[in-house]
Design a protein around this ligand. Sequence first.
Ligand SMILES: *[C@@H]1O[C@H](CO)[C@@H](O)[C@H](O)[C@H]1NC(C)=O
Ligand SMILES: *[C@@H]1O[C@H](CO)[C@@H](O)[C@H](O)[C@H]1NC(C)=O
Ligand SMILES: *[C@@H]1O[C@H](CO)[C@@H](O)[C@H](O)[C@H]1NC(C)=O
Ligand SMILES: *[C@@H]1O[C@H](CO)[C@@H](O)[C@H](O)[C@H]1NC(C)=O
Ligand SMILES: *[C@@H]1O[C@H](CO)[C@@H](O)[C@H](O)[C@H]1NC(C)=O
Ligand SMILES: *[C@@H]1O[C@H](CO)[C@@H](O)[C@H](O)[C@H]1NC(C)=O
Length: 521
Amino acid sequence: MKPCVHIYLCFAVYFDLVFSKDAPALGSENSPRLLIPGIISDQYKYEVNQTHTVFSYREEEQELFVGGTDFVIKLNANNYSVIEKFPIRTTEHHKCSDRPCKNVITVIEKFQDGMFVCGTNGHKPKCWKLVHSVKNQTYKIEESYEGAGISPLVYTHNCLSLTVDGDLYAAAPLDIEGNSLQFRRKAGKRTNVWMYDRWLSEPTFISASWVKRSEDPDNEKIYIFFREKNSDHSPDADPWISRVARVCKTDEGGSKRFFQNMWTTFLKARLVCGFPDESLFFNRLQDIYVVHADDWHQTRVYALFTSSWNSTAVCIYSIEMIDKIFENSAFKGYANEIPTPRPGTCVPNSKSLPRATVNVVKDHPEMVDWVHSLHSKAPFYVSNYNYTKIVVDRVQGADQQVYNVLLLATDTGKIHKVLEAGSEPFIILETQISKISSIQAMTLDSQKKKLVVGFSDKISTVDLQKCKVYNASCADCVLARDPYCAWTTSGCTPSNLGGIQNIKDGHKSVCSQNKVANGKL
Ligand SMILES: *[C@@H]1O[C@H](CO)[C@@H](O)[C@H](O)[C@H]1NC(C)=O
Ligand SMILES: *[C@@H]1O[C@H](CO)[C@@H](O)[C@H](O)[C@H]1NC(C)=O
Ligand SMILES: *[C@@H]1O[C@H](CO)[C@@H](O)[C@H](O)[C@H]1NC(C)=O
Ligand SMILES: *[C@@H]1O[C@H](CO)[C@@H](O)[C@H](O)[C@H]1NC(C)=O
Ligand SMILES: *[C@@H]1O[C@H](CO)[C@@H](O)[C@H](O)[C@H]1NC(C)=O
Ligand SMILES: *[C@@H]1O[C@H](CO)[C@@H](O)[C@H](O)[C@H]1NC(C)=O
C-alpha cells in the first residue's frame, strides 16, 4: 500500500504546481465570476425520497418517464403534472434482509411500440413492457419478462442499457455478488450475443452508443465505454484503466461449432486522458456524452474522468479517431500475420467468419495503440471540482455559428456551464440547484434548451437560456460569453433572436461599435 500512497501524493503536489494555475477560474480576468442562485423553472417533488432514479425523456412528446422504487411515472415535461402513474411492485414476497423486498427500477428504455422497464424485483430482476394505446394515449403494463442481465439484483450495482432498432443491449451482473457483469444483446428480434469471459476484468460500464452511418448501415457499430482493472500491477500503475470497445451491429455471433452467441467483432482500446508526456493520466472514466453528427466522422465523445488524486478532467474524442485505432493498430500479444478479413471488420454474416479472424478477437481483442483525445497533449479541461455527470449542448449563437457548451454536475448539487472555446474551456457560470442532495439523473432537452436534473427528493428543470442574469448592460451580456444569450433592444435575450454577442473573445467593445451602427443600443 505504501508506495501507492507516496505516488498519489506526488501526483497531487505535482498537479497543484503545474496545473492549478492553468485551471480556469469562473469567468476570465475581465469578466465577472458568476455564482448565481438556481435558475430553476419547474420542479416535481416525490412523495417519498428516492435512493435511485432513472429517466427516459421523450423530447417530441415532452414526456418524462421516471423510474423510482416500486413505481414508474409519466410526467408532462413542461409543468411536471403527473400524466400517468404505474405502481410496479415486486413479485417476490420473501424477505430481503428483514424488510419486504423492493423493486428499484433501474432501466427504462423506449422499446418497439412502448417502454421497457426493468427493476431489481426483490433480488430477482424482472422487466415489464408498457404498451402504448393509440386510442386513448395511455400506457398499460402488458407483459413481464425475465430481467437477469438487464437489471442488477441490487440497485447500487452497475448497469447499462441501450435500444438499437428494436433490440435491447444491456450490461448487468447475474448474481448478488455482482459477478458475470458483461455487455450482451438481450432482447428483441435477433440472436442473443454476449462476451467471452476473459475479455474484461471487473468492469464498470459507463455508456453505450450506436453510431449510425446512413450511407453505410452494414458498417454501423456500437461503442461501449467502461473502466476496468488494470492488468499492469506495478506499484506506480493506477489500479484502473479506461476503455472504449466496439462491436458491429450486424454481429450475430459465431457459427454453431465455434464462438456461438459470442461477439465475433469485439475489440477494445485504452481511452487516454491526461498528460502523456508526463505520464500523468486520469484513469477512471466517470461519465460519457456523445454528440452525434449527421456525418459520423464528426461525431464526438465527451468523457469525464476522475483520478487517484481526486481531480477531474474532460477529454474529447472523435469517432473517426477511435475507428482509426481499431482499423490500424496491432493486436496486443499477437505477433503473427493479421488474418483476412481483419478482426473486428463488419461482415453481413458473422457466422461464416474464418476461424483465424475470430481467434484473434477471442484471444487478443486489445489494441496496442491508445486512443488519444483531440487535444492530445493535455485534457480539454482539468478541475478540482468533483464532477459526476456531463452533457453537451450545441448552441447556435447570434452569429449563426454553433458553439459547444458543456454542462457539468458536481457532487454537491451544482451545475457548471462551460464553453468549449476552441481548445480552451471557459466557465460561463455556476448555479446551485440543490443544497442537500447530489444528482442522480440528468438529461438535456436541446430543442427547449433546458436541463432536467433528478435529486433524491425532487426533479428540477434548469433553464439554459435564462439571460436576464446578464441583463445589467450590454457589456455584462457580452462578457458572459454565453452562446445562449445576446444583447438586443430588449436587453440580454436568448441568442436565437439575433443580437450582439462576442463568444470567441468576450470583447465588450462590440457594444459600442454596434451603438454607433444602429444608435438604439
Ligand atoms: C400541464 O400542461 C398541459 C399542457 O401541456 C395541460 O394540459 C395541463 O392541464 C397542465 N397541468 C397543470 C397542472 O398545469
Ligand atoms: C385505454 O384503453 C385501454 C384499452 O385499449 C383500456 O384498457 C383503458 O382502460 C383505457 N384507459 C382510459 C383511461 O380510458
Ligand atoms: C480522494 O478521495 C477519497 C474519498 O473520496 C479519499 O479516501 C482519498 O484519500 C482522497 N485522495 C487524495 C489524494 O486526496
Ligand atoms: C472532492 O472530493 C474530495 C473527496 O471526497 C474532497 O476532499 C474535496 O474537497 C472535494 N472537492 C470539492 C471541490 O468539492
Ligand atoms: C428528503 O430529502 C430532503 C433533501 O435531501 C430532506 O431535506 C428531507 O428531510 C428528506 N425527507 C425524508 C422524509 O427523509
Ligand atoms: C432587461 O433590461 C432591459 C433594459 O435594458 C429591460 O427593458 C428588460 O425588461 C430587462 N429584462 C428583464 C428580464 O429583466
